[in-house]
Design a binder for this molecule. Sequence first.
Ligand SMILES: Nc1ncnc2c1ncn2[C@@H]1O[C@H](COP(=O)(O)OP(=O)(O)OP(=O)(O)O)[C@@H](O)[C@H]1O
Ligand SMILES: [Mg+2]
Length: 390
Amino acid sequence: MNMLDAETRAARVFSSNKGTGTGDALKLRGIQKYFKRRDGTRVPAVDGIDLCVAQGEFVVLLGPSGCGKTTLLRCIAGLESPDQGVITIHGEEHYSSADNVDSSPDRRKLGMVFQSYALWPHMKVFTNVAYPLQVKKVPRAEIRERVMNVMRTVGVEDLAEQFPGQLSGGQQQRVALARALVSSDGLLLFDEPLSNVDAKVREQLRFEIRRMQQQIGFAAIYVTHDQDEAMELADRIAVLNKGRVAQLDSPQNIYDKPADRYVAKFIGAANEVMGRIVTLGPGGSATVSTDAGPITGVLGQDDLAVGEEVSVIARPEKCRLLSATTSTGINEWAFEQATSLFVGANRRVVGRAVGWGNAQVQFSSREEQPVLGTSMRLHVPVEFARIYRK
Ligand SMILES: Nc1ncnc2c1ncn2[C@@H]1O[C@H](COP(=O)(O)OP(=O)(O)OP(=O)(O)O)[C@@H](O)[C@H]1O
Ligand SMILES: [Mg+2]
């Protein structure tokens, strides 16, 4: 797709084409937001977040309940005032604690899509989408053209005369997306928009959001606690932990090279054993003394020292099951199989290995399936035994 196409499309949807220029769509510097508890103590919901979203970039905020995802989005939208920091949208400062700037939500020109669709029940679909433009006193003919354009893009042009109550959840969310697109200057905020629709529709809408995002070229911050959704949608994922960014990276790197133990355990499944570093070897390798005996692995963090308490983490799909007669000579344990179950297209074998407690090994259906038996051995290849600070 060439740039001109993207700009023409964007100009038809957005009120300006800021979204397709160069530079950052959003820049956050040191954002802090405290809430007061009932006992008067102040707790940080957002605790010093720096984040840049480039034009046309899709950034997903991923983290457990209560880690500050919604609070951060509300600060960006101007629905909440941070206590510290600077928020710049399309190069314009909209919040600054030092400069005493805090602009109103409508001046930030963001589109927002929430978990609850937040459509006005007494307005037809067309009017719901048109409303942000009517408020801005955009001429009627232009409203008609832009609304119909965006409704076509989102695939709801046939529903213009319906009321929200007559639509399915998935259709309502498309309308909400259309409304967010017309009120935006190329930056959209999503707060778990798909958690109220069923699994099939969710998958389809996810795919379409990504397609539209690539076609129109808007930048987005998308909140979810669904890892698959994050992996599928994101250019970059910010994993949050207690109001801070634990790692900001591509989905692939977040999965293969988690930055710390928190991220390694939060993303995907993990077999884990605790221990202490005994020796450091060449190429970032190390030997760890654990309840499961010595394990040789690779350092997940490069500032670890001999004697440090660490955790060794191995993903189930990187572990192997060996028969009693084959041996690699390293990182092997007797494995007592408990159950074998199908997880989507994969088979997961759960069992016990001394020192590891419960351990899981996962096979894709394309791989050679192991012959499960009584005297199997669990093997963790050195490069997949990742070592993290406790
Ligand atoms: N208005 C408020 N007053 C007091 N505390 C609040 C308020 N809003 C949020 N909090 C607290 O701030 C923290 C972050 O909340 P937030 O809603 O941002 O989490 P979240 O990551 O969006 O969680 P979830 O995944 O459950 O939606 C929580 O500890 C929450 O209890
Ligand atoms: Mg939330």
